[in-house]
Design a protein around this ligand. Structure first.
Ligand code: HEC
Length: 140
């Protein structure tokens, strides 16, 4: 009896840890993908930096569209509060602590990185830039 109960408890604990892994999955998967792309591009890649992500987020570029020189043009200077686009449409906060559903759909993340980096910087973001930015907004 005792033995059966402990087997059951161990099995339940194992199932629970598996399901929490699945819930935490998409963001970690994305970061792992960006990390291996970054390593492939530069073997000296030493990991992502929230600090560099913050710089990228608030930096003013002159190489993209003049009316959106920065990520903050739409997402606002504080990632924990909502932003808005040029037509005034509200954009939910980009910090995961404020909008927990963020970055769980890899296709959506890729689509907007591509579009927004082109608008702001005039080119696509590198794997390092995407990983840094994602590290920044998930660390807040
Ligand atoms: C012209 C306005 C605008 C600018 C500038 C902008 N964004 Fe966005 N961004 C949006 C909109 C609109 C969405 C989609 C709506 C949403 O996710 O709430 C979005 C969504 C995203 C997403 C996907 C979010 C998710 O939940 O998957 C990422 C990643 C992102 N932006 C990164 C950036 C980065 C990095 C920059 C600066 C290089 C930037 N954005 C600049 C308007 C903008």
């Amino acid at each position: 009896m005792h033995h059966q109960l402990s087997t059951f408890l161990i099995a339940s604990a194992f199932a629970m840890s598996l399901s929490s892994l699945a819930v935490a999955g998409p963001r970690e998967d994305l970061l792992a993908q960006y990390a291996s792309a970054a390593k492939a591009a530069n073997p000296a890649f030493g990991g992502f930096s929230a600090q560099r992500g913050q710089t990228l987020h608030s930096q003013n570029f002159t190489t993209g569209k003049p009316d959106s020189p920065s990520c903050t043009s739409c997402h606002g200077t504080n990632p924990r509060t909502a932003g808005k686009n040029a037509t005034g449409k509200v954009i939910d906060a980009v910090a995961v602590s404020a909008t927990p559903t963020r970055y769980t759909d890899p296709a959506k993340v890729e689509k907007w990185f591509k579009r927004n980096c082109n608008e702001v910087i005039g080119r696509e973001c590198s794997a390092v830039e995407k990983g840094d930015w994602l590290t920044y907004v998930t660390s807040l």
